[in-house]
Every structure is written in structure tokens, then in C-alpha cells.
Design a protein around this ligand. Sequence first.
Ligand SMILES: [Zn+2]
Length: 140
Amino acid sequence: MSTKTCFYCDKNEVLDSLMIHIGELSHSNLYLNLNQSHLGRVIVASKIHIKEIFELSKSERDGFMGDVALTSEVLQAIFCPDKINYAIYGDIVNHFHMHIVPKYKDKKNWGSPYNDDFPIFLNNQENKILIDKIRKKLET
Ligand SMILES: [Zn+2]
């Protein structure tokens, strides 16, 4: 366990400034990234505070990757991206999480790693529409 505070564990105002909780999956929590420069961008965060993937048991790892697969399938169905990117960093935020980033041909960062330059923030209603679509699709 980290001795520093962790916004994924604390669920504090730092977390609220970056993302909105969409729902709980079997081994993770799913969040809508407030930066929607890549439409449909979400974060899948492990339910338990670990830093590296090898700290998960095999069943936890399989469960987490199952959540990633389910989430990406849902995003594909809703947003029809041309490719989905998967990114695990955590240099600063050392709570294991994966960014799931839909990519679109002829749009931002196509053909290269995504970045956070020129973020796009939607209004509350627009975020709610995205979250409702994702929640509804997760239930089917
Ligand atoms: Zn944590």
C-alpha cells in the first residue's frame, strides 16, 4: 500500500475533477474521463490498490482484463471508433488503472499515441448522455 493518499481509493475531489463514476464492474470501477477529446474515453481502475499488474492474482488479472474487454466492446458498439487504444501508465497515480481511448480516422492523434493536448470538456448534460448510453449498454 502507498503511504500517499490515492484519489481512486479516497474518491475525493481530485477524482471528481478528472472523471465521473459510471459504474462498478466485477474487478474494477469504470469512469468517464472528463477530457473527451477522444469521444468515449474512459478509465478502468482496479478495485484494489495495487501498483503493478503482477500484484494481482491470476483470477483478479483475468477479471480485470474481462472488464477491459467488456468496456471496449461497449465503447465500440456505441461510438464506432476505428481503433481503441489501451494505456497503462501510473507513474504519478500508482493505483493500477487503464485508459481506454477510442480513436477515429482523420481525428485527433490518429496513427500516433493519444495525448492530453487540447482537451475537450463537455457540459454536464452531455456527460450524462454519454454515461447513460454506456450504463445502458453494459446492462445488455
Ligand atoms: Zn488507490
